[in-house]
Design a protein around this ligand. Structure first.
Ligand code: TEU
Length: 444
């Protein structure tokens, strides 16, 4: 059998706010992405995963979605999306969009209706609990705030659940109408021609119906890193059927943010849940040979061991860039690429790592993310001018370090740069079936 594209290919994550602008704004947009696809194609990746660009109040910079089937004016409009998708396809690039089904924005019309009254038909689309205003229904903690994962609604005298910010209420996936509505959202984008979805917090959808307290040994952990229930697997089989009904190997790549590879592996099901899953324990592993060896063995045992295909990722929009995490040395950033592209599985790159970018230093008065993740979201510098190709010297976040020399134009002009190393290694991987689909054997 010929391996599907998502098994042989390399993914490239674009955080649209920080990639490129077409109109000299402090934030990037879809037309900016389209205008820079030359770079993506030249680099030699196979698929782009685009972080959310939907209408959003931006409490979580787009992961709080107020309309799943449109484009926020900050990023453009649906026509700009269609042009970007067509441009990707013309260049032989696949395009994944980010599906955020665990929660909506509190400004989503569904939640606006749900919170309006206990009798509203949408009330049960979210998760409500009775109680007294001073005692949340259980001890679950929200990500980013560290406070309770429940907020008291004074107007209707109930708590609602939010595994993330209070502005991100969790949808109630036990309600069949919610399931149908999200399936329809998927069809909306599949009909437009997307090649699949990266699915946000996909392990979060199902909840233990008893809503038990999180155990004392995980004190301080957000519930979103612990939620791991049987209910979710049935829901995943439903999402999988939606994409499988379409021709052309459409993909679901899930974000399963659990800190055990053994548990992550279960979200592949029996080939009937996720095609691919992120696996973050390696990302949280320091640059240390023995520790990495253990992660690789774990992945082989649990993911490959059930006939599933692993993914490998070192950087994304939620974590310090790996160059910074590994101590800042460019030598190490280069070595890390050999590791990333040499392992058995599908690598996912984060835009800017090919420039050897480090996290930006964010002064206190420029911090905007409630989760403290601004550093890795610094805008990509395209050239050495003070505007770095953005048409403004003052983008939404400060530039990454050394942008005057560490930018696309300068590194492209230097054949020995880390950017050229990325390109050469990606080409080597593409031309070697051993690197793309071969086995992995460890040599002591
Ligand atoms: O992330 C989910 C998630 O679990 C991480 O954000 C984690 O909580 C964080 O790194 C702190 O440890 C996804 C998105 O990738 C993230 O950007 C969103 O903020 C989050 O979901 C909510 O939608």
């Amino acid at each position: 059998m010929i391996a599907p594209w998502w098994q042989t290919g390399v993914f490239y994550q674009i955080y649209p706010r920080s990639f490129a602008t077409s109109r000299g704004e402090p934030t990037g947009d879809l037309a900016g992405v389209e205008a820079h696809l030359d770079h993506v194609e030249w680099l030699g990746v196979d698929a782009v995963w685009l972080s959310p660009f939907y209408p959003s109040p931006m409490a979580d910079f787009g992961y709080d979605v107020a309309d799943y089937c449109d484009v926020d004016p900050v990023f453009g409009d649906l026509a700009a999306f269609d042009r970007l998708l067509a441009a990707c396809h013309r260049r032989g690039l696949k395009l994944l969009v980010d599906l955020v089904p665990n929660h909506t924005s509190d400004q989503h019309p569904w939640f606006v209706a749900a919170r309006s009254s206990r009798d509203d038909p949408k009330r049960d689309w979210y998760i409500w609990r009775d109680g007294s205003p001073d005692t949340p229904p259980n001890n679950w903690l929200a990500a980013f705030t560290g406070g309770p994962a429940w907020t008291w609604e004074d107007a209707t005298q109930q708590w609602y659940l939010h595994q993330f910010l209070p502005q991100q209420p969790d949808l109630n996936w036990t309600n069949a109408a919610v399931v149908d509505a999200v399936h329809d959202v998927m069809r909306f984008w599949l009909d437009r021609g997307v090649d699949g979805f990266r699915i946000d917090v996909v392990h979060g959808l199902g909840k233990d119906p008893a809503f038990p307290d999180d155990p004392p040994e995980s004190a301080g952990m957000p519930h979103s890193a612990l939620n791991d229930t049987a209910e979710t697997h049935a829901l995943l089989r439903g999402l999988r059927k939606v994409v499988d009904a379409y021709p052309g190997d459409r993909l679901i790549l899930g974000e399963v943010f659990l800190l055990s590879t053994e548990r992550v592996a279960t979200y592949y099901g029996d080939g009937d849940e996720l095609h691919l899953s992120f696996n973050f324990p390696p990302l949280f592993t320091p640059w240390h040979a023995r520790r990495w060896r253990r992660q690789i063995d774990d992945t082989t045992l649990h993911i490959a061991g059930r006939g599933a295909w692993p993914t490998w990722v070192l950087s994304n929009h939620d974590n310090q860039r790996h160059r910074t995490r590994y101590g800042g040395s460019e030598h190490r950033a280069r070595a890390a690429l050999f590791l990333l592209l040499g392992l058995r599985g599908s690598p996912v790159l984060y835009a800017g790592e090919e420039l050897g970018l480090e996290d930006a230093v964010i002064p206190d008065d420029r911090r905007v993310d409630p989760g403290g993740r601004d550093g890795c979201r610094a805008p990509v510098p395209w050239d050495g001018t003070p505007e770095h190709g953005w048409g403004t010297t003052d983008p939404w976040l400060p530039w990454p370090p050394d942008a005057g020399v560490r930018n696309v134009e300068a590194l492209r002009a230097d054949d020995g740069s880390i950017l050229h190393l990325y390109r050469r290694l990606l080409a080597a991987r593409r031309s070697s079936s051993a690197l793309r689909t071969g086995d992995l054997e460890m040599i002591e």
